[in-house]
Design a protein around this ligand. Structure first.
Ligand code: ATP
Length: 140
């Protein structure tokens, strides 16, 4: 079976969607192998999103991701990486509400930035991101 990294972002926790998101996770056949509640600091958020460091939205993204605690989860299932991306829906939550109304981002996200959840975009990213949060020197 495959593993992927899921994050409930600060807006998702703040708006109390953790239980609903976890229900969607188990209803879709994922098992939560591990979870941690973490308050990211600026360094950790910048390092996690390093691939976006040259983008115009980077500093806003870091502010958003450090604005409150996040819930980090390792999910397991066959085809976990792609299936979790499908379940969360497109990046822009305001569009997801129209095009993917049953997706998690349609349920709890707001716009292109505040999209309430994260999912690894490839098997390689999943491995990197799981080690980032679940190894000895992990943030938080
Ligand atoms: P994630 O990596 O969080 O699962 P994603 O792969 O759908 O999301 P990315 O393109 O990797 O999207 O962007 C990472 C995050 O940065 C998005 O989830 C969103 O919160 C934010 N973001 C992306 N594009 C923009 C943008 N143009 N303006 C503001 N925020 C953005």
């Amino acid at each position: 079976k495959e593993m992927t990294l899921a994050i409930i972002k600060p807006d998702g926790l703040y708006d109390n969607y953790a239980d609903k998101i976890k229900n969607a996770i188990s209803d879709s056949g994922f098992r939560i192998l591990n979870e941690r509640l973490v308050q990211l600091d600026e360094d950790a958020a910048m390092s996690f999103y390093a691939e976006h460091s040259s983008r115009s939205f980077f500093s806003d993204l870091v502010k958003y991701m450090t604005s409150g605690p996040v819930l980090i989860m390792v999910l397991e299932k066959e085809n976990a990486v792609a299936d979790w991306r499908t379940l969360i829906g497109p990046t822009d939550a305001s569009k997801a509400k129209i095009t993917h109304p049953n997706s998690i981002r349609a349920m709890c996200g707001k716009d292109l930035q505040r999209n309430c959840v994260h999912g690894s975009d490839s098997l390689l990213s999943a491995q990197r991101e799981i080690s980032f949060f679940f190894k000895e020197k992990s943030p938080g």
